[in-house]
Design a protein around this ligand. Sequence first.
Ligand SMILES: Nc1ncnc2c1ncn2[C@@H]1O[C@H](COP(=O)(O)OP(=O)(O)O)[C@@H](O)[C@H]1O
Ligand SMILES: [Mg+2]
Length: 253
Amino acid sequence: MSAESSPLFQITDLRVAPTAQPTAEILKGLSLTVDRGEVHALMGPNGSGKSTLASALMGSPEYATTSGTVRYKGEDITDWGADVRGKSGMFLAFQYPQEIAGVSVRQFLRQALSERKGIDLSVLEIRLAIMEWMDRLDMDPAFADRFLNEGFSGGEKKRNEILQMAILEPELAILDETDSGLDIDALRVVASGVNAVRADRPEIGVLVITHYQRLLDYLTPDFVHIIVDGQIVDSGGPDLAKRLEAEGFEAWR
Ligand SMILES: Nc1ncnc2c1ncn2[C@@H]1O[C@H](COP(=O)(O)OP(=O)(O)O)[C@@H](O)[C@H]1O
Ligand SMILES: [Mg+2]
């Protein structure tokens, strides 16, 4: 299959264990396909394997894939490192460093965008791109000159993440919302940011990983998947999100 006719992103029967404990499988045969233009929400209770999936998709050495494949535009990327994934158009929100002393949001974006595009962009070009997106995302322009993640609130971290996603123009974005202490402000930022980026580039595929049911009040995914004990136990449309809101994860345990 050519890159165009292959699904954008396809996880097939993925089994993942901690590298230090290869027999203690956490992901136990997880399959999931995200196509161009689709927004998928992967939701599950604590301990179901969401962060492990996020780390495995990032290429973290903490976890080992024991079987199964991850494909991006038809290519088997199971063994790719994080940097190659980023350059190829995958955006993994959590791959970016928590805090970099002395590096501003603007400097970081310029560096990341140069790497993504493989060209050096002028200071002016990057300034215009950042200004345009900060305006669209309703951000204070002063934010661009702050040091990356230094003293950022939960909502500001999310704004920064969404700004990165918008600027880097990925084909696939994976947002791990699991451990980020999401308040309502942050949830709205993520949801409206995803919607703004989609309005600009409808072909983007998005996978949002979360245990926070409330996200679904703000973001309407095309598909909802429920993960329990390392496997997807149910998939559906927005109806499934409604059922989840009414019944909680208990119904699937
Ligand atoms: N590095 C590790 N070594 C051993 N067990 C782990 C490791 N990482 C995660 N686990 C276990 O795997 C399960 C899933 O964890 P995690 O992916 O963090 O779940 P979630 O993000 O859905 O809350 C938990 O039982 C957790 O204790
Ligand atoms: Mg987690």
